[in-house]
Design a binder for this molecule. Structure first.
Ligand SMILES: Cc1cc2nc3c(=O)[nH]c(=O)nc-3n(C[C@H](O)[C@H](O)[C@H](O)COP(=O)(O)OP(=O)(O)OC[C@H]3O[C@@H](n4cnc5c(N)ncnc54)[C@H](O)[C@@H]3O)c2cc1C
Ligand code: SF4
Length: 588
């Protein structure tokens, strides 16, 4: 039986000086808490949101007909559509008639279960250029609902400048982070299949999910083209984790495809059960939910961080916490916001800049003719379908754009056939057609690297504040020419692969979705060896304030095209190991 998580009381001891105060409890903050507490250090973890028990609220196995609105949110809730990010000006919720307005992910099916996990845009506005920003203010942050594709970066990413001359190299190589990827794999569990690709290194995989017939067929075709389709590399334990009593192994219950995300038995990694609860059990962690940090405090004489100031998110009373080290893990953009609010660590002028992410939109869907009319199979009983690894701009011919992209894909029979909405007609004939084609569909959607550019940035809006009176971010961010060229190539290459596999293409798009859609915001406090052009060093310590670390995606030097969460956690583990060492030696 799974052990439930007990949130700590908000009355924490603020008279003592902690070894570290960690801001934010998502992938990065949870990892910092785990690594430091396991080394005997006393950690105060401050989280702006409240604790919510996802074992109780996600209802991963509930059938739509058992829910009063088939999983939909109440009528006074509204999810922004992709169009609204275009025709409305930010802040997007300002002139809407709805009580609660949330980001676009709440437009997916089953979002009534996750409506409390995602922020209300009215309380949390932002301004500037178009950006679909998805935020979760709750213990565990976005890991409570993440898609769990868990990929490694390689030296094709860390040393990308050496290959094409663009941007900056990271101050680390794959060999520096590899042991930490291994630690993350073993501690949290990951499923997948070894492919021995230098540009998409393998993890220490548990059992992979099975590919469907359509996927195996496409995999074989792609082998002939020198491209690789591999089972979804999921941050999910398929064989169980003996050291963690809060998580079950995946039973492939078919639930992943039904709701917005999350797993109520925690086979899919989430920070509360994967990291925070084990950290709590060491006796070294103090967790204070409902704690909105608004400033890093600094000793004017030494220039060192002394702790943070925060508001109780409910009572709005303000407090101070003292610590030997401060660790920002509030997510890429929120950590940059905190640095800007505190007016520190920015002698380079790079805080908020070099903002990057993944571009999405180009996609192809089709059906495998051999499967039309065949009996249906249980294909949504797994935590993900497949991934096609990057193949452009590796070692051979270079294309007319820089860097690369991969595709996430899915196929087979699902509870609600995707064909149901696009099939014309009605009655018996309509139902027969939907059933016949339901298991034959296969689709892929691309994720590509958006180049890190200094001019893509966020700063503080001089006028606009959030519901807590804290200045909000103003975006100045746009896709450029490289992304537009890449989008065309993504669509053409997708069609080319489907046609080679004799999959009948029924839908194809080369349109880019709005900026922000990937939910993989990165950069804004990049790492580097030169304090003039970077904010943190290779151990994520601010060049200007040695006892202040930023351990989330803000320190990425470029976005690569691989999903970032596994890298965020591996880097954080490495930095916290180093910090613990330095604390022991009295060097910070
Ligand atoms: C629907 C969805 C699908 C995704 N799919 C994938 C995927 O397949 N693969 C992948 O790699 N990534 C995916 N992601 C992204 C992934 O969730 C993030 O990369 C990851 O959660 C980042 O961790 P983080 O700790 O930096 O931020 P978060 O998880 O967002 O955690 C940050 C925490 O900081 C808290 N915080 C913010 N500001 C303050 C403050 N001022 N004071 C105190 N606390 C604060 C927040 O409340 C939050 O709990 C997905 C995300 C979503 C929403
Ligand atoms: S398929 Fe596995 S990871 Fe997904 S909800 Fe079910 S048990 Fe959880």
């Amino acid at each position: 039986m799974l052990v439930q998580f007990l949130p700590s009381k908000p009355e924490v001891d603020l008279s003592i000086t902690y070894d570290a105060v960690v801001v934010g409890s998502g992938a990065a903050g949870g990892m910092a808490a785990h690594v430091l507490t396991s080394k005997g250090l006393k950690v105060l973890l401050l989280e702006a949101g409240k604790y919510q028990d996802t074992s109780q609220i996600l209802h991963s196995m509930e059938w739509p007909y058992d829910h009063p609105r088939r999983g939909n949110k109440p009528p006074d809730y509204h999810a922004l559509t992709s169009n609204e990010y275009t025709f409305r000006n930010s802040p997007y919720a300002a002139k809407t008639p709805y009580n609660k307005v949330q980001s676009y992910v709440q437009g997916w099916s089953g979002t009534d279960y996750s409506k409390t996990l995602v922020v209300d845009e009215k309380e949390n506005p932002y301004s500037g250029t178009r950006y679909a920003w998805v935020r979760s203010r709750v213990v565990g942050g976005k890991t409570n609902i993440w898609g769990r594709l868990a990929l490694r970066l390689s030296d094709y990413d860390f040393k990308a400048k050496d290959r094409d001359g663009y941007g900056e190299n990271w101050p680390i190589s794959y060999s520096d982070i590899e042991p930490y990827y291994d630690k993350v794999d073993l501690y949290l569990g990951i499923s997948g299949h070894k492919e021995n690709l230098p540009y998409l290194p393998d993890s220490l995989f548990q059992k992979p999910n099975k590919l469907t017939y359509a996927e195996l067929h496409l995999r074989e075709t792609l082998q002939g083209m020198g491209r690789v389709l591999t089972p979804y590399r999921a941050g999910v334990t398929t064989e169980g984790l003996k050291h963690n009593k809060y998580r079950s192994r995946c039973y492939g219950r078919g639930a992943c495809n039904r709701h917005v995300g999350g797993c109520d038995i925690h086979a899919a990694f989430d920070s509360p059960t994967g990291l925070i609860r084990p950290a709590y059990d060491t006796g070294n962690l103090t967790l204070r939910p409902n704690s909105t940090v608004f400033e890093v405090t600094v000793d004017k004489n030494t220039g060192k961080a002394t702790g943070v100031s925060f508001l109780d998110s409910e009572t709005r009373k303000s407090y101070q916490a003292k610590a030997k080290t401060v660790i920002l893990a509030a997510s890429t953009l929120e950590s940059a916001r905190l640095l800007l609010l505190s007016k520190i660590a920015n002698s380079s002028g790079h805080v908020g800049h070099n903002f990057c992410e993944h571009m999405m939109g180009p996609s192809v869907a089709g059906y495998v003719k051999d499967l039309v009319g065949k009996p249906r199979t249980l294909d949504d009983g797994k935590p993900g379908s497949f991934y096609i690894a990057r193949f452009q701009n590796l070692d051979g011919k270079k294309s007319d754009f820089l860097r690369g992209y991969g595709y996430e894909g899915s196929s087979g029979t699902t509870m609600t056939p995707t064909t149901a909405f696009s099939t014309p007609g009605f009655g018996e004939e309509y139902k027969r057609k939907v059933r016949d084609y339901a298991g034959a569909m296969i689709e892929i959607g691309a994720f590509g690297e958006v180049l890190a550019r200094y001019e893509n940035a966020v700063d503080l809006d001089p006028n606009l504040k959030d519901a807590w009176g804290i200045p909000v971010l103003r975006f100045s961010y746009k896709f450029g020419e490289n992304e537009a060229k890449m989008a065309k190539d993504m669509a053409a290459a997708g069609r080319e692969m489907f046609e080679a596999a004799k999959i009948e293409v029924v839908r194809a798009s080369s349109e880019m979705l709005p900026e922000g859609w990937s939910i993989h915001e990165l950069g804004t406090a990049r790492m580097g060896n030169d304090p003039k052009t970077s904010v943190v060093n290779q151990f994520q310590q601010c060049h200007d304030v040695k006892n202040l670390l930023v351990v989330d995606g803000s320190t990425h030097v470029n976005a690569s095209c691989q999903n970032p969460t596994w890298t965020i956690m591996a880097l954080c583990w490495r930095s916290c190991d180093h910090l613990a060492d330095q604390l022991q030696k009295g060097e910070v």
